[in-house]
Write a protein that binds this ligand. Structure first.
Ligand code: C5P
Length: 227
């Protein structure tokens, strides 16, 4: 069964402090975040890797890919994550994998979930890693007051990689691109299109680097991993 991974790396990472460049190219443990991210997929879990990038980042991306030992199939991304994923999916039309894993470049610690998701998706249904919500959830009233506490039982925080059979997620993404709604992950597009999505156990270390502080947490996690 042919499989592919799409690593979306076309964001500008402004919440992490754009002055130092996009977060996926910032160094942790002396190497770009993207290099660590790619290594999660170079152990034979997929047959082909597409990296979706911003047009200004070609040299940065080539460098990060070379360090991870991969010859990248580079695709230029779009204005939103959703557009970037669709461009990655369209770039796989000729390769025509049976399954695809869609992953954020900003999650460098996915080693504990890649194989679980790949295995689940080989049954030809969607699968996402997710963690039960640990915090108490509040809905605000828009004016700084708590309106209600939302019961957290049965609620999960979704991670990536999110795995899907290729053709169904490609057509779901194509349909989603021309509807009004905006989607923040690929599983919500699959749900909207009526595709089943299974939950597999996420890991606490599979963090998404969003804020500058997350780079410090990532450094600490790397230190722990090396011990
Ligand atoms: O900004 P955020 O962390 O939510 O982005 C999630 C992932 O989507 C990141 O790896 C980012 O590079 C990617 N992205 C993209 N194209 C965009 C926006 C985000 O590939 N236009």
């Amino acid at each position: 069964m042919k499989s592919a991974a799409i690593i979306v790396a076309a964001g500008r990472g402004e919440r992490a402090g754009a002055a130092h460049g996009p977060k996926q190219y910032r160094n942790i443990g002396g190497e770009p975040v993207l290099t660590h991210t790619l290594r999660n997929f170079t152990n034979g879990s997929v047959d082909h890797i597409v990296v979706v990038i911003h047009p200004d980042d070609q040299a940065l991306c080539q460098h990060a890919c070379a360090l991870a030992g991969i010859q990248p199939h580079l695709v230029i991304g779009g204005r939103t994550r959703q557009e970037s994923v669709l461009r990655g999916l369209e770039a796989l039309v000729d390769f025509a994998p049976e399954t695809v894993l869609i992953h954020d470049a900003a999650r460098p610690f996915a080693h504990g979930v890649v194989n679980k998701v790949a295995e689940a998706v080989s049954e030809l249904a969607g699968a996402i890693p997710a963690l039960p919500i640990a915090d108490t959830l509040k809905r605000g009233n828009g004016a700084g007051l708590v309106q209600v506490t939302v019961p957290r039982a049965g609620l999960y925080a979704a991670q990536t990689p999110q795995g899907f059979p290729y053709q169904p997620i490609l057509s779901a993404h194509r349909q989603a691109a021309v509807c009004e709604q905006e989607f923040t992950d690929d599983a919500s597009i699959a749900e909207w299109a009526g595709l089943p999505v299974h939950l597999v156990a996420g890991t606490p270390e599979n963090i998404k680097i969003t804020y500058a502080n997350d780079l410090l947490v990532a450094e600490a996690q790397l230190d722990l991993q090396d011990k």
